[in-house]
Ligand binder design. Structure first.
Ligand code: CMC
Length: 371
């Protein structure tokens, strides 16, 4: 039987994440994601996903230090930064740097250590390229700051009293079962390729607008709508043109995405004056109350508005998503290769067989066969 888009196909057993699509619930290692977003930190949740348990105080302290020590890029990579063209998409920048790090990182270490190394350096790559693109001096990472505080600091040279809201957003984006990019990572890992290659593949999958790339499409779409009164006309136009409304719909959630629910509350409490947020709320209200295609807002609708409020450039939004999701990707790679099986599906062949090979002299000019 063919399952288009592998819908509903289970490819492995996993104890990392449970996504209850019917009831709109999401759990990391059994803990509701809202509780982690509220009470945990990036480092603590990453530890939970990688090691399967919450760390003790000492374990967390050592883990934070380890991540902080892995923040800096090699001198060679920093030199290379200055040879890059400006204006590249940030996902591509990550792919370039990770490919280089992967080729030069010959240390034979545990997959967990490799994962820590890869996740720790994401913010540095993004912040360095951002500042370089702006013609500004790069800001070196600080070891005394947390992962997310340090990211904000390297970007903007400042601290921000609301950075915990950004951290909650990263926690919500960190993991989501076998989504398209995680699957891409697993396909590569299942060939026993290196972890950097898996992550480069996952980044490519995340970039698409049906997946993490939707976050970059949401703000321009809200601007196109322009104001709350134009929501209905916009939705009807999209439906008639068979155009997807970005930030809505999900393969697994058949109701509200709990991450969108959480972030909407954050925006209501802290950024209620945002023009884009007002339009997004109205869009949600219209689509849900009229049961349009039975779709609900997904995480990208509101995370993109939050990223906008923090001042990140729009073409970095998918890379911000990746900065969080890299934890989930690597956690799944570690789990999968422990009980590895090469991923190699098949197709149902519907073409002809035993077709005659016609020599090039006997073929028509227009490419049609002449027999
Ligand atoms: N706008 C308009 N119609 C939609 C949308 C949407 N956002 N999502 C689904 N539909 C319609 C779709 O056109 C189809 O209608 P019909 O049966 O008449 O052809 C029906 O709903 C079923 O949709 P589908 O595309 O077959 O469902 P899927 O499970 O393949 O799609 C999706 C899931 C996420 C690709 C889709 O909802 C979509 O394209 N959404 C917009 C992009 C987006 O926001 N992506 C982020 C997803 S969540 C975060 C992440 O994973 O990165």
């Amino acid at each position: 039987m063919i399952r288009k888009g592998l819908e509903g196909v289970k490819i492995c057993k996993s104890s990392i994440c449970f996504l209850d699509g019917e009831n709109g619930r999401l759990y990391y290692r059994g803990i509701p994601v809202e509780e982690l977003a509220e009470k945990s930190s990036f480092e603590e949740t990453a530890y939970l996903l990688w090691f399967g348990k919450l760390p003790t105080k000492i374990e967390l302290e050592n883990f934070r230090k380890k991540m902080a020590e892995c923040r800096e890029l090699s001198d060679e990579s920093v030199r290379m930064l200055h040879n890059l063209p400006k204006g590249l998409h940030y996902i591509d920048v990550l792919k370039i740097f990770l490919s280089i790090q992967g080729s030069t990182d010959e240390v034979d270490e545990d997959l967990e250590d490799k994962a820590i190394k890869i996740a720790s350096v994401f913010p540095t790559i993004l912040a360095y390229y951002y500042r370089y693109s702006q013609g500004k001096e790069i800001i070196r990472p600080r070891k005394d700051l947390s992962h997310v505080e340090n990211f904000y600091y390297m970007m903007f040279g400042d601290t921000n009293g609301k950075v915990h809201l950004l951290e909650s957003t990263f926690i919500l984006l960190m993991e989501q079962d076998i989504n398209a990019s995680t699957f891409a990572a697993l396909v590569i890992a299942s060939t026993l390729s290196d972890m950097y290659s898996s992550i480069v593949g996952a980044l490519g999958a995340l970039k698409g607008p049906l997946h993490g790339g939707a976050s970059e499409k949401v703000p321009p779409m809200l601007e196109e709508i322009g104001n709350e009164d134009r929501v209905e006309a916009f939705v009807q136009k999209c439906l008639s043109e068979k155009r997807k409304i970005m930030g809505f719909g999900h393969r697994v959630y058949r109701t509200f995405d709990p991450r969108a629910v959480y972030l909407k509350k954050v925006l209501q409490e802290h950024f209620s004056e945002s023009r884009l947020f007002k339009i997004a709320q109205r869009l949600e209200e219209y689509i849900v109350s009229n049961r349009i295609k039975n779709i609900y807002p997904n995480v990208d609708l509101y995370s993109s508005i939050l990223f906008e409020e923090f001042g990140f450039p729009r073409n970095m939004f998918t890379a911000l998503f990746a900065t969080a999701r890299v934890v989930g990707w690597t956690a799944h790679v570690i789990e999968y290769v422990n009980d590895n099986k090469l991923i190699r599906p098949t197709s149902e062949y519907v073409g002809p067989l035993n077709v005659e090979y016609i020599s090039i002299e006997r073929r028509d000019e227009d490419g049609q066969n002449s027999c």
